[in-house]
Design a protein around this ligand. Structure first.
Ligand SMILES: *[C@@H]1O[C@H](CO)[C@@H](O)[C@H](O)[C@H]1NC(C)=O
Ligand SMILES: *[C@@H]1O[C@H](CO)[C@@H](O)[C@H](O)[C@H]1NC(C)=O
Ligand SMILES: *[C@@H]1O[C@H](CO)[C@@H](O)[C@H](O)[C@H]1NC(C)=O
Ligand SMILES: *[C@@H]1O[C@H](CO)[C@@H](O)[C@H](O)[C@H]1NC(C)=O
Ligand SMILES: *[C@@H]1O[C@H](CO)[C@@H](O)[C@H](O)[C@H]1NC(C)=O
Ligand SMILES: CC(=O)N[C@H]1CO[C@H](CO)[C@@H](O)[C@@H]1O
Length: 938
């Protein structure tokens, strides 16, 4: 360590000596290591001790780097590069150890410790300048420990040969740029995995007889440090170990047309080159060997050769067995050439396929045999045909055909007729000769024994009856000939040339015998039917009528029919002569005849020739002709009618028929009995008469209401309610009609006589009042009015205008007609009025003396009765009609009046004066200022 106290030049030794003398200790800094080799990113501990003389006190400690004389050394703790990484572990006495973490190449510096101390117990020295020349007022000492700690930072590098061959010995070295401490332990990694197998020594890894598994990326590190060296690849080469052929695709059978891929896998370093062999021949190279569109030629043994600079290796052989469906076919027949029935024949089928095919034989679609050879001994004609051999394996099948043609003479010669069998004239007929032969035969046709044509088909178009006969055909080829069976043609035809004849000529009279006969030609023979008009009358060639009657007259014809058609003969007329019979009248329309209808009478008289007709009603001739028409018939036409039929040999009448003509009601009338006036209580009969066919139903109506259904309507004890208009209705199914209306006027004496007052309610004097008398009577009654027993008026209405109290009283009316009279109940008129005629009377009359008894009474007239009140002066003194004063005094003197009041008004009486006389009492004397004496008596 070097002492580095420096003094200012102008501060002489005195200070130094003082310091020196003041302490026995020396100034100094000592570091444990002057050189430190540190691994990148590791933490470095720089152990440091410092000393200073006693009496000094440490004021400041710091570390700096690469100090230069004359330059203020920077404090590393203030350098941002270091402030985070530098840690001062020492103290302010003697320990100045620091730790620097995460060291980098940049940290390769000289690090020095510096401290500043001053004298604790100061002797007031003069100024001292420190070694930087700054002037201080105290004895500061700044000390830097130089030389400091030199830091070298190293990384790690793996040193390795790039390539080695399996079996070589290899040494890997973990290198650093400075010498790390002896005790450092190295760790090795392969492919980032720590090696567990300890094959290292110091910083070396020894791989004796290297194996291919040792290849990989190697890196090294120091135990206890995070830093790992970059990895270095160790490449171990080796010859191919083995070659293996794998069929990549397809996985199963190999079929022609597919593609196939072989893959050769082999492990070697560097990678091997692959070549392919089929048998001993090279066929390709590369790891993959593909064959597109494989064919059977590709079958065989394949292997691959794997080779690199260190050696080569062959794979085991792989066998390709290419499957394919049958192909290249051939079918042969032996013997070749013409084959005749009875020969022996062999069919042979050959085909190529993998796996070998199965062979089956088919004739047409029918399976006949299996196996490559198909043998037929004694061949027959039915063996002819197409034979197919089918060659099939699992990949497919193939057919090959051959034709076997067996020749033979005609056989099964037969004739067939087209159609269902029946042959009708005009049809087209075809005879077909069918014959079995090989080769095909020649055909000839015979009718009877005569040749008529050749060819398989013999056609007759539009056949005629002449073609009927026996036909056959002959079939002939090089192996023989044969005749068919015979076929008979029977040609049918419909009836033709029909004719009819009558046995007798001339007039036919009723009772004669007549025969009709019909002849016609047809095949098969026809059936004959006979018709009269369109009506069937018989069958058979002959139609006989014995004893002919008029009914037999008419047109006759015969019809000839077979299954192929029919034909009618011309018509022949039979006209049977006869006299009239059954003369009948018929009426049209039939049924009911109504007036207005049009009616036709028809006389049917049956005779040949027709008779003359005449008409009669009763015995009267009406006209002639078969028909008698009445248009718009009326009831007058009713009656019996008949007709007469006249013939040259006589005449005949019909039965009579009656015309009954229907009509709606008419001439309807009503009669009342008795006629004349009808009084209540009488018996009255209404009868309705009308004319109609059929008879009508009668109903009676009063007003619009039906009251009875009968021709006669009787009312016993008629009442006024029966009054009114009546009519009757006559009705049958042809119509209805109403009579004129008749009036029933039932008379009766007055009844229900009553009086009503209007207005109702209270009647006040001056009102207008109307009394009305209502009464029911027929004829209308005359009315008279009574007040009390006095007649006061007449007429239904009795009016009083401006009524007065004098009209009060009982009123009634009397109603009278010729059948009687009747009084109404009496009604009372109460006329209301305000008080009037009010007067006052005093009793006793004459002079009234004090002490008398006096009665004032107020009388007034009013309705309703009034209330009375008494007034003296303007003051009310009593409310009563009588005002009695017993022992009257002079105080009662004065004017009195009474007031009479009801709801209609009020009235005051005239005033009356009460003059109560009395004797003298109390006298008073007064002297007037003038000396006059005045005496007053009160
Ligand atoms: C420093 O060195 C001394 C002497 O060489 C030794 O005794 C001491 O243990 C060391 N200290 C450290 C922390 O290494
Ligand atoms: C100095 O301090 C460091 C850290 O506290 C410690 O490791 C070292 O032993 C100390 N040195 C002495 C000599 O005490
Ligand atoms: C440096 O060391 C710290 C821990 O001490 C670690 O987390 C970091 O990854 C290291 N850096 C490098 C680059 O190795
Ligand atoms: C090893 O070396 C061989 C020969 O140079 C080379 O072909 C091969 O690719 C290398 N392998 C690796 C993994 O680098
Ligand atoms: C009924 O007969 C009476 C007496 O003949 C007559 O006065 C009256 O007017 C008749 N009434 C009707 C409604 O014809
Ligand atoms: C006021 C009035 O009329 N008084 C008379 C009352 O009666 C006497 C006697 O008859 C008369 O003398 C009063 O004049």
């Amino acid at each position: 360590m070097v002492m580095s106290v420096r003094m200012a030049p102008d501060l002489p030794l005195i200070v130094f000596l003082l310091i020196h003398s003041a302490s026995s200790a020396d100034w100094g800094v000592s570091y444990n290591h002057s050189q430190i080799c540190a691994l990148k990113n590791s933490s470095v501990m720089m152990n440091c001790m410092y000393t200073y003389p006693t009496g000094y006190q440490i004021r400041n400690v710091s570390w700096t780097k690469n100090p230069v004389k004359g330059v203020e050394p920077p404090d590393l703790s203030e350098d941002p590069e270091y402030s985070q990484r530098l840690q001062y572990l020492g103290d302010k006495q003697q320990n100045c150890t620091i730790r620097l973490s995460h060291v980098t190449q940049k940290d390769e510096n000289e690090f020095c410790f510096r401290f500043i101390a001053d004298k604790h117990n100061s002797f007031n020295f003069m100024n001292i300048k420190n070694w930087f020349g700054a002037s201080k007022s105290t004895t500061d000492v700044t000390w830097i420990g130089t030389p400091g700690v030199t830091l070298t930072v190293t990384d790690l590098q793996v040193e390795s040969p790039e390539r080695v061959t399996e079996g070589d010995s290899v040494c890997l070295t973990c290198k650093s740029t400075c010498a790390l401490t002896d005790g450092a332990t190295f760790i090795w990694y392969r492919n980032s995995q720590p090696l567990t197998e300890r094959r290292d020594r110091n910083n070396q890894l020894l791989l004796q007889s290297v194996r291919r598994e040792d290849a990989g990326r190697y890196s090294c590190a120091l135990h206890g440090h995070t830093y790992i060296s970059p990895a270095v690849h160790l490449n171990v080469t080796y010859p191919p170990k083995e070659a293996l052929v794998v069929v990549v695709s397809p996985s199963g059978e190999i079929v022609e047309g597919n593609s196939m891929t072989l893959s050769c896998s082999s492990d070697s370093n560097p990678p091997a080159e692959i070549s392919w062999f089929k048998g001993g021949t090279t066929v390709g190279s590369g790891r993959i060997y593909s064959i597109l569109n494989i064919s059977s030629d590709h079958s065989g043994e394949y292997k691959c050769k794997s080779s690199n600079e260190h050696g080569n290796k062959y794979s085991d052989a792989v066998t390709l067995n290419v499957m394919y469906p049958p192909r290249s076919f051939s079918v042969s027949i032996s013997p070749s050439g013409e084959i005749v029935e009875g020969d022996s024949v062999t069919l042979n089928c050959s085909s190529d396929s993998n796996p070998p095919a199965e062979i089956s034989w088919f004739k047409g679609r029918t399976f006949v045999a299996s196996g490559r050879i198909y043998r037929i001994s004694k061949i027959r004609s039915d063996h002819s045909g197409e034979y197919k051999c089918k060659s099939s394996n699992e990949l497919g099948k193939k057919y090959s055909a051959v034709n076997l043609n067996v020749e033979y003479p005609p056989k099964n010669v037969s004739v067939s007729l087209n159609g269902s069998g029946k042959i009708v004239e005009g049809d087209s007929v075809t005879l077909i000769c069918s014959s079995d032969s090989n080769p095909p035969a020649e055909i000839s046709w015979f009718k009877g024994g005569t040749f008529v044509g050749s060819g398989r088909i013999y056609s007759i178009s539009k056949i005629k009856s002449d073609h009927s006969g026996v036909y056959k055909c002959k079939s002939i080829n090089e192996h023989g000939e044969k005749h068919s069976n015979a076929v008979t043609l029977n040609v049918m035809y419909p009836p033709r040339s029909i004719s009819m004849s009558i046995s007798s000529s001339g007039e036919i009279v009723e009772g004669d015998s007549v025969t009709l006969s019909c002849s016609s030609d047809s095949n098969p023979p026809a059936e004959i039917s006979w018709f009269k008009g369109s009506k069937f009358v018989g069958s058979g060639r002959i139609y006989s009528i014995s004893k002919i009657s008029s009914d037999h007259s008419g047109q006759y014809k015969c019809k000839s029919i077979n299954e192929h058609g029919n034909k009618y003969s011309d018509a022949v007329t039979l006209n049977v002569i006869y006299p009239p019979k059954s003369v009948l009248v018929s009426i049209s329309p039939c049924g009911e005849i109504k007036e207005g209808d049009s009616v036709t009478l028809n006389c049917s008289s049956d005779s040949n020739p027709p008779a003359e007709i005449s008409w009669f009603k009763g015995g009267t001739f009406l006209g002639s002709g078969r028909i008698y028409i009445i248009s718009k018939i009326s009831s007058d036409h009713s009656g019996e009618y008949k007709c007469k039929s006249r013939y040259k040999h006589g005449e005949k009448y019909s039965d009579a028929v009656t015309l009954n003509i229907m009509y709606a009601p008419k001439n309807i009338s009503v009669s009342i009995s008795p006629s004349g006036e009808i009084k209540e209580g009488d018996s009255v009969t209404l009868s309705c008469s009308s004319d109609s066919n059929p008879p009508a139903e009668i109903s009676w109506f009063k007003g619009g209401m039906i009251v009875r259904s009968a021709r006669i309507y009787s009312i016993s004890k008629i009442s006024s309610d029966h009054s009114g208009e009546y009519k009757c209705k006559s009705r049958n199914k042809h119509g209805e009609k109403y009579s004129d209306a008749v009036t029933l006027n039932v008379t009766y004496p007055p009844k229900r006589v009553s009086v009503s007052i209007s207005p109702s309610g209270e009647i006040k004097e001056g009102n207008s009042v109307t009394l009305s008398c209502s009464s029911d009577s027929n004829p209308p009654a005359e009315i008279s009015w009574f007040k009390g027993g006095m007649i006061v008026g007449s007429g239904r209405i009795y009016s009083i205008s401006k009524i007065s109290s004098g009209h009060s009283g009982e009123y009634k009316c009397k109603s009278s007609n010729k059948h009687g009279d009747k009084y109404a109940d009496a009604v009372t008129l109460h006329v209301m009025y305000a008080p009037k005629n009010i007067s006052v009377s005093i009793s006793p009359s004459g002079e009234i003396k004090e002490g008398d008894s006096v009665t004032l009474s107020c009388s007034s007239d009013s309705n309703p009765p009034a209330e009375i009140s008494w007034f003296k002066g303007g003051m009310i003194v009593r409310s009563a009609r009588i005002y009695s004063i017993s022992k009257i005094s002079s105080d009662h003197s004065g004017e009195y009046k009474c007031k009479s009041r009801n709801k209609h008004g009020e009235k005051y009486s005239d005033a009356v004066t009460l003059n109560v006389t009395y004797p003298p009492k109390r006298v008073s004397v007064s002297i007037s200022p003038s000396g006059e004496i005045k005496e007053e008596i009160q």
